[in-house]
Design a protein around this ligand. Structure first.
Ligand code: TMO
Length: 315
């Protein structure tokens, strides 16, 4: 960054915060935003990054493992995290909170679910769905040469740490868990199965672009309860953990390095106000996964179409 852009940035921030002492506190170091391996998170990261740039900050993006990121935020190696999904990252986030160095920067106005999911036509071959026991009763319908006679469950990339194998064992299900290498691989397999009308059960979540494209349902496992992941006594199997589904009404939070507020006060203030809805998050994913835009272009388009949503966050 040149000196001129630096002073423009400082002036922009001064105008925003309206006070000289606040100006002195704002660092010109880049705000580092981690990106992961699903589209809404990448687009949202660019949306927020571009908002920060509009405020005069410099922003850097770094592709980061979605579990390891909580340690990276805690240490200040990255500045924040924009999509803390309760189902996949609740445990890592809580552990990091306990260690210190990371703060809860508030919730999005969104309800999330991450779960085994099937396209609606599967109900024709598996009566009793979406109950997991009904799914298990027709496990062989999902068999492939590599899993037969058991059914194949297509899980997400391993860093989402869904513990599907543990769940299959704890609930005594006739399924083999196969992890997809990427989110794109999940959608490619879903598209191929749908074209042939072939049964498939795979990991999916909401908000996502999928609901706009394919009718389908989440499988209903024994409901999530606090303790199910680490206390065998919780859940129907008294000897094993992970004998439950993911939270059906999960949170979606933002998190920040605890030094962010002091180093970039106006950006931190904006971060605490930023809140996206299910529909907005699904739209961000759609711009990439259906419209095939690059994440930074998708973010720019989203910002242009939604000024009334985000401008108040930086006023
Ligand atoms: C973390 N994810 C939204 C992919 O389930």
């Amino acid at each position: 960054m040149t000196l001129t852009t630096r002073s423009i940035a400082a002036a922009a921030i001064a105008a925003l915060t309206c006070s000289a002492p606040a100006l002195a506190q704002e660092s010109t170091d880049p705000i580092v935003i981690p990106t992961h391996n699903w589209s809404s998170q990448v687009v949202m990261s660019h949306v927020v990054g571009q908002i920060f740039e509009e405020m005069g900050y410099t922003v850097e993006y770094v592709s980061t493992d979605s579990q390891a990121v909580y340690e990276a935020v805690r240490l200040g190696d990255v500045t924040l995290e924009l999509e803390v999904w309760e189902g996949a990252f609740g445990v890592a986030f809580s552990e990091a909170l306990e260690k210190g160095g990371i703060v809860d920067a508030g919730d999005h106005n969104a309800v999330t679910r991450e779960e085994w999911w099937y396209p609606l036509y599967v109900e024709e071959v598996c009566p009793g769905l979406p109950d997991y026991q009904a799914l298990n009763a027709c496990a062989d319908k999902f068999a492939t040469p590599e899993t037969a006679p058991k059914g194949r469950f297509l899980g997400g990339p391993v860093d989402w740490l869904k513990h599907d194998q543990e769940r299959v064992e704890a609930l005594n299900m006739d399924f083999v868990v196969v992890n997809a290498g990427s989110a794109a691989a999940l959608w490619a397999e879903l598209a191929a199965a749908e074209k042939e009308g072939r049964p498939i059960v795979l990991f999916n979540w909401t908000p996502n672009f999928i609901e706009a494209l394919y009718p389908g349902k989440f499988v209903e496992f024994p409901p999530y309860e606090e303790g199910c992941k680490d206390d065998p006594a919780v859940g129907p199997n008294k000897e094993m953990t992970y004998d439950c589904g993911n939270p059906a009404n999960g949170y979606l939070k933002k998190a920040a390095w605890d030094g962010m507020e002091e180093k970039w006060p106006a950006a931190y203030a904006a971060l605490t106000k930023i809140s996206f809805t299910n529909a907005q998050i699904a739209e961000m994913a759609k711009l990439v996964d259906i419209d095939e835009m690059e994440p930074e272009d998708a973010a720019a388009e989203w910002l242009e179409a939604n000024e009334d949503v985000w401008k108040p966050w930086i006023e």
